[in-house]
Design a protein around this ligand. Sequence first.
Ligand code: FMN
Ligand code: SF4
Ligand code: SF4
Length: 244
Amino acid sequence: MARELQKAMPEAELQSIPEALQEDQLMVKAECVGLVFPMHYFGLPMQVEEFLQKLTFLESPYTFAIVTCGVPYWGRPFMDAEKILKEKNCRLHAAWYVRLVSNYIPYRDIAADWRIRIRAWLAERKLKNIIAAIKERKAHTTWQLLKKFCGNFHAKWLAGQHEIDTKFLCDKEKCTACGLCERICHRDNIKRPEGQPVWQHHCVECLGCLHICPVKAIDYGEITKGRKRYRHKAVKITDLLRKT
Ligand SMILES: Cc1cc2nc3c(=O)[nH]c(=O)nc-3n(C[C@H](O)[C@H](O)[C@H](O)COP(=O)(O)O)c2cc1C
Ligand code: SF4
Ligand code: SF4
């Protein structure tokens, strides 16, 4: 999504959120700032919340957010993002959901290929309209359904998130010790003293390690066994790996 935006607005600078989080402070001097991130448990992924907290705005930009999701409208990602932005004297001028494919395989399997293709086509179409609106610096609001219910659900998830990796299993028979799971984890939450991953309990449940494993050696308990793994067709493995 972010790359497509940049193609349409070549003057824009892309910044990866997990990489930016390596910095202690993030100063932003721009006339327009866009946030692109996935919805996690009806709200902000933990890394996005940390990222927003670290921002200091040196001028007052037009700010927009695009949230990718498996199921749109349920949740409160924009409301929660705006709350943090307001503390920094900034507001969210425009917000959109773009429905892609849910990669949350503990809940259900990845959609069929034909559905993935249709969603990608619809997403590309929606993004064109979004780009036109951003270029004109238009305001845009969107639904955020069941905000209170989703807020409680999100808070409960955040409280238990770090320990979620106690449910992860690695099948030693399948694992080839390739190291990709360790290299995708931006939380440095995977060590491999004997080749196979050992989780360190500061997980943010991005599920990157499950989806990247080329031999499907990693599972979330028994529930993800036999389910597909997924990566958006425009995303290369090297795009996802840690740079350091
Ligand atoms: C921990 C976790 C929680 C998720 N929660 C939601 C959710 O509440 N609502 C939703 O629509 N999608 C949810 N998803 C699905 C992602 O938002 C979706 O897979 C992502 O936006 C797709 O973007 P991508 O193709 O760039 O990965 C969740 C995914 C993960 C890993
Ligand atoms: S990505 Fe899979 S095969 Fe590679 S080290 Fe991790 S668990 Fe093993
Ligand atoms: S799900 Fe895997 S890649 Fe993501 S933070 Fe947890 S251990 Fe790291």
